[in-house]
Design a protein around this ligand. Sequence first.
Ligand SMILES: *Cc1c(COP(=O)(O)O)cnc(C)c1O
Length: 396
Amino acid sequence: MTDPESQIDTQLARLGRDPQLHRGTVNVPVYRASTILFDSVGALADARAHRYDPSFVYYGTYGTPTVHALEEAIAALEGGYAAVAVSSGLAACTSSILAFVQQGDHILVTDSVYEPTRSFCDGVLARMGVATSYYDPRIGAGIAGLMQPNTKLVFTESPGSQTFEIQDIPAICAAVHARGALVLMDNTWATPLFFRALDAGVDVAIHAATKYVAGHSDAVTGLIVTTETCYMPVRKLTTLLGQYVSPDEAYLVLRGLRTMSIRLRHQQASALALARWLETQPEMLRVLHPALPSHPDHALWQRDFRGAAGLFAFVMQPAAPAAVAAFLDGLRFFALGFSWGGFESLILHVKPAHARTATDWDESSGELIRLNVGLEDPIDLQADLEAGFARLRAHG
Ligand SMILES: *Cc1c(COP(=O)(O)O)cnc(C)c1O
């Protein structure tokens, strides 16, 4: 039920829904099922022949109509051929890579990658005999110089979710495709609303739907959107791994999807206002927000993205651990916690230096603080941070 001509907000209200198939119910119901029953030997054989086709229901782990609706919606939003839902964002990253490599292969991964993806490459992939090299996220077309004859794929993530480097995805895709390899992208930050990965040339777009798609800090799901040629390798691999999304989880993620655009627009505006204000604070060394002209990749962001999400970071002057704790511990509206993309604001003191091998992150020159700006009034959020800076200053 996708009309490719309709505007994105209209699509968000309609994608994956077909009330006529469900007795008029507005939302696709939660179909809980392990077993699917078939009318006849012929119908069973037909379902088996089409078991990787989301318009058929075959067995619970292959997805019920609730999960298929979510897959259909995200595939349409990202402009892909089809999508595969998996148990978490991390599972989406790892199974997308696994689908395309074998012993003796080599892959290239951005140095700014989500850290557990890196740990998977250095641990599991290395054990399987697949070698990983890390590259400067700002390498652009220079990626060509790092490609080896056995390089099967280049993994990108733009921006990095702690350090916010924007990658030149079109240039990377052109260089990598010229050498017959694939480009995978973790597109969790921008969502398909702010960056259309497949339009930019990416073969496999990955979303931790746990973040903005679900949007309410109550669900964990990963989504993989692929081109036609990449669909079957991913679908078969995730099926063989036993990857599964419960219909309850899929229902929550679909419910979140309906409001993703208005949430993101609000979060975008609040985050940008806070980022601009933070730039004026005396403690500030750098605000890492790609929509700020001061960001080193601002031009690239402007060229390729349609918006900026509510997650960004800043580097403030070095401070004693107790002073940073005084800043963070007294906050009323920014809570300490992992994950992001929910309706509530979060803050973290992050230290990415230990997970860098191709580039340096100088931790001694300042404290890196990451904000997930939620749906609270930005006036309250600014006052909260202002009081935090006062506590920091009082600490000396
Ligand atoms: C959170 C996150 C993931 C993993 O998602 P989970 O659902 O928590 O496993 C992957 N990539 C990025 C960029 C993330 O921020």
